[in-house]
Write a protein that binds this ligand. Structure first.
Ligand SMILES: C[C@H](O)[C@@H](O)[C@@H](O)C(=O)CO
Ligand SMILES: [Mn+2]
Length: 596
């Protein structure tokens, strides 16, 4: 399955710059082919291994010539600008003239791969180039293979491949979010600080803009029928066939009539269509005479306030949020949207990071309860075991949990959440089959609505992340890698019944390191900086750290093993014995990429 770009703007490319020793009449000529071949092998490697989250292939462009000096550097910069290069990788297998061959564009993430050989000193150039970047304040990533390669060897060693991928994935995430919008549908939900949008953060750190639309726009579009009626009919039919209504747990005297409930289904489906149109536009609206509305807000991420002004009289946003965050709907399998409950934009941002890094759908949850082994024993009489033995964290929220989180997709025979192009129709069917749609608790949601009711199955490797804004410091990122937990049904049922059992539930056990915030599960919960977490499939903490360093967002807590930490070389100049302190100092020194 191939993808499409539903947002404005072309996809950023990766620019590859083969640099060379500029001395003609012997030295340069002897190196031309090998150096260009190195660039070609990087292009081939990245193009075969990476896709944009919208499914389109990642394209690499190589400078027209090898770069031996300033004139060729400038020509390459022109080519990259014309081609829309968003990430730059300089490769070399020999000595070249440091500052004369640097890529000077401060806004694109950059790396230098210096060949580890001894006939020609690629590593000497690597060190010289990085020292040059240090002096002008452009952080760059250094890639240097562990083992010596022979002069004629054109292969990319495994350790270099890993670094190329980690750097390029994060670099493309930076480039892909640049110029896009975060769309707030509504404003601040129930005083949640994360839904207070800080436009300076979005602009300075992410290069993004903020768009705001009042929730009354949903009413206008519903009343005036500003949505595609053909898609609506298709959607409501699909919902009737695929979304099974769950048990109504409300008090008898409160329960909505069948007529009201049917009306709520119609409303939540319309809300989904409208939110999608608001985010990315819809050419069908122009055909219907709504040209302005057809444009959308170019939103790569969005959020819905919901509580309380909307939910006090209208169906809640849960159905809309879940469907948007899933990798499929009535139109089939497609890229998941990034859409936050309670308009918590500081949770939408780590969801966006996870989505851009992996191409997968993201989970949005309240980080609700730490269940110690003793508490579980007390209320259920049972012992937690396996990965849950040290305690678990209950992730649960009405709303934004993607249906992909049911754990019904698989990779190598194990439960997984995959990029949409790997998902089969059969897997989407399974995700829907294990989900019911419970009528909302009317005490909280007076206007009704439906929450996706499921329990995340399977022990899936996942990473929970969160951005917090600290006055005087700025944004910080928290990361916890761990596993989803398949709790025994008898334990799950007891714990889940203590909350709202109509909400999607994920049991999470973070990986412990025995130190700091990862001393035990309690400390992870106790150190989490806000009420929400964004959960991505896979252990992607290393990629998140690389991305955060590109954006100059310090990482306040993480449990990522040191060998997966890859930051610009210059971070080491801020202290090699205390990596976390160095990260704060470096981020503060360089400041946000798009200016303060
Ligand atoms: C229904 C409640 O208002 C919940 O939505 C609330 O606990 C939250 O999710 C807060 O983040
Ligand atoms: Mn919440």
């Amino acid at each position: 399955m191939t993808g499409t770009n539903r947002l404005q703007g072309r996809m950023p490319k990766v620019g590859i710059r083969p640099t060379i020793d500029g001395r003609r009449n012997g030295v340069r000529e002897s190196l031309e082919d090998q150096t260009m071949d190195m660039a070609k092998s990087v292009k081939e490697f990245l193009e075969t291994n990476l896709r944009h989250p919208n499914g389109l292939p990642v394209e690499c462009v190589i400078a027209d010539t090898t770069i031996g000096g300033v004139a060729e550097s400038a020509k390459c910069a022109d080519k990259f600008a014309a081609e829309g290069v968003g990430v730059s990788i300089t490769v070399t297998r020999c000595w070249c003239y440091g500052t004369e061959t640097l890529d000077m564009d401060p806004s694109t993430p950059k790396a230098v791969w210096g060949f580890n050989g001894t006939e020609r000193p690629g590593a000497v150039y690597l060190a010289a180039a990085l020292a040059g970047y240090d002096q002008i304040g452009i952080p760059a990533f250094g890639i240097y293979g562990k083992d010596v390669q022979d002069a004629e060897d054109t292969t990319i060693p495994e350790d270099v491949k890993e670094k190329l991928l980690q750097f390029t994935k994060a670099g493309l995430a930076v480039a892909n979010m640049k110029g896009k919008s975060y769309l707030s549908l509504g404003s601040v939900s129930m005083g949640i600080a994360g839904s207070v949008v800080n436009p300076a953060f979005f602009k300075d750190y992410l290069g993004m803009r903020n768009e705001y639309v009042d929730m009354s726009e949903f009413i206008r579009r519903m009343d005036n029928k500003i949505y595609d009626p053909v898609e609506y009919e298709k959607a409501i039919k699909w919902v009737k066939e695929n979304c099974v209504e769950g048990e109504d747990r409300n008090d008898k005297e409160l329960i909505h009539t069948r007529e009201q409930k049917d009306q709520e289904w119609e409303t939540v489906v319309k809300m989904t269509l409208i939110a999608k149109d608001l985010m990315v536009g819809n050419p069908r609206l122009a055909e219907l005479g709504y040209i302005e509305e057809s444009c959308g807000h170019n939103a790569i991420a969005g959020g819905f306030q919901g509580q309380r002004q909307w939910t006090d009289f209208m169906p809640n946003g849960d159905f809309m949020e879940t469907i948007l965050n899933s990798s499929f709907d009535w139109n089939g399998i497609r890229e998941a949207f990034v859409f936050a409950t309670e308009n918590d934009c500081l949770n939408a941002v780590p969801m966006l990071f996870g989505h851009l890094l992996t191409g997968t759908a993201q989970i949005f949850s309240d980080v609700r309860t730490y269940w110690s082994p003793d508490s579980v024993k007390r209320v259920t009489g049972k012992e937690l075991s396996g990965k849950a033995a040290d305690g678990i964290i209950h992730l649960i929220n009405s709303g934004s949990t993607t249906l992909d989180a049911t754990g019904q997709q698989s990779r190598d025979g194990k439960p997984a959440m995959k990029p949409f192009w790997e998902i089969t129709e059969e897997e989407t069917k399974k995700c829907l089959d294990v989900t019911t749609w419970g009528p909302a608790s009317l005490g909280y949601f007076r206007g009704g609505g439906y929450s996706s009711t499921f329990k995340t199955d399977g022990e899936m490797p996942v990473t929970m992340a969160r951005v917090n804004m600290i006055k005087g410091l700025g944004p910080v990122l928290q990361i916890a890698e761990g596993y989803t937990i398949d709790l025994d049904k008898d334990i799950h049922d007891v714990l889940n019944m203590r909350t709202d059992p109509t909400w999607p539930t994920t049991w999470f056990a973070p990986n412990l390191t025995g130190k700091g915030a990862f001393k035990d599960v309690y400390s992870v919960m106790n150190n989490w900086g806000a009420n929400h977490g964004a959960i991505s499939y896979g252990h992607i903490g290393g990629d998140l750290i690389t991305l955060a360093s590109m954006l100059r967002i310090p990482v306040a807590m993480h449990n990522v093993p040191e060998e997966r930490i890859f930051r610009p070389k210059t971070w080491g100049a801020f202290g090699l014995d205390d990596l976390q302190g160095a990260d704060y100092r470096a981020c503060n020194n360089f400041g946000p990429v798009y200016g303060k």
